[in-house]
Design a protein around this ligand. Structure first.
Ligand SMILES: C[S@@+](CC[C@H](N)C(=O)[O-])C[C@H]1O[C@@H](n2cnc3c(N)ncnc32)[C@H](O)[C@@H]1O
Length: 296
């Protein structure tokens, strides 16, 4: 299994240059995934540095621990919202740097069994954390039409939200929609098989994933933790992959700067370099924002 799943960490050298200011520091990888960023960061850090890594996905976390295979990583199967508590338990007042790499790892996206992929058929799941009772199938088969319309519109930014919600309601009256393939076909029909650069069901899948994992609420929670987890002089980097999350980050950073204790490192979000996008398509929509807590 370990040989099959890969996830290339996005903008790793840029993030390392921006947040690893203290080679002996304590860092938080809030979204450890398969450990790609952490492995890269550890290659740049000293022997007594530490990284606290969090992931809600137990399978991913286990793979990360095996792959990173380094005692400087302390891994937690927990949401990053637990970071302040874990810092406290370790007697640490804060981290020198934090990375939030939001979104999906390629392991989750490519593994049909996890139910995120519209191209490879699998159960309609989409949960980062398998202990979460709310799967995409529950949403699609039980939520009322108005709620389906709302998430398609708000989280998917899908223009045909009513048509898609209606098609889902009609299909589920015949039989439950159980697989990613079934759902992808329902949406494809609405678009009459027309395809732009992306699959017609991309926005629908995005909406379900966000709803299922309460992603926007979690990003807000994560941002509200920054003051508790970043030391004065430390930095936080946030990588996002869609405009809804980037907007939340941009506005929250603005507010922090206005309150006076934080400094933006760049006025605008950074994108992945051309060469990286050429080699890894998933880097194309990445936006990186970095902020520093001012030393008092
Ligand atoms: C894009 S991947 C991270 C990839 C990682 N940086 C790497 O290089 O391998 C995002 C990860 O965040 C995890 N995740 C999502 N929400 C989370 C949360 N609230 N707390 C902890 N991890 C979360 C997902 O399970 C996923 O593994």
């Amino acid at each position: 299994m370990n040989e099959i799943w890969t996830h290339i960490p996005i903008m790793a050298p840029q993030i390392a240059d921006l947040i690893l200011l203290n080679p002996r520091g304590v860092y938080i990888d809030a979204t450890l995934g398969l450990g790609g960023h952490t492995k890269f960061f550890l290659s740049r850090l000293g022997a007594d540095a530490r990284i606290l890594g969090f992931d809600k996905d137990e399978e991913a976390l286990q793979m990360a621990v095996e792959r990173v295979n380094d005692p400087r990583l302390i891994a937690f199967h927990a949401s990053y919202t637990q970071a302040p508590l874990e810092l406290k338990k370790l007697g640490l007042e804060g981290a020198d740097g934090v990375l939030f790499d939001l979104g999906l790892s390629s392991y989750q996206l490519d593994n049909p069994a996890r139910g995120f992929s519209m191209l490879r058929d699998g159960p309609l799941d989409m949960r980062f954390d398998r202990q979460n009772p709310l799967s995409a199938a529950v949403i699609v088969n039980t939520w009322p039409m108005a709620e389906l319309e709302r998430i398609l519109k708000e989280y998917g930014e899908e223009r045909s939200f009513t048509k898609i919600a209606l098609a889902i309601m009609q299909a589920r009256r015949q039989a439950p929609i159980e697989t990613t393939g079934q759902l992808a076909k329902i949406v494809e029909k609405i678009y009459g098989g027309k395809r732009g650069k992306t699959h017609p069901a991309t926005q629908t899948f995005q909406a379900l994933r966000i709803a299922c994992n309460q992603e926007l609420e979690n990003v807000e929670k994560a941002l509200s933790l920054l003051e508790d987890i970043v030391k004065p002089g430390g930095r936080a980097a946030v990588l996002t992959f869609h405009s809804l999350e980037d907007r939340l980050v941009k506005n929250y950073f603005k507010k922090l700067v206005k309150d006076g204790n934080w400094l933006l490192i760049h006025k605008h979000a950074l994108s992945a370099p051309f060469e990286e996008v050429r080699q890894n398509r998933r880097a194309r929509s990445a936006k990186l924002r970095v902020i520093e807590r001012i030393k008092i």
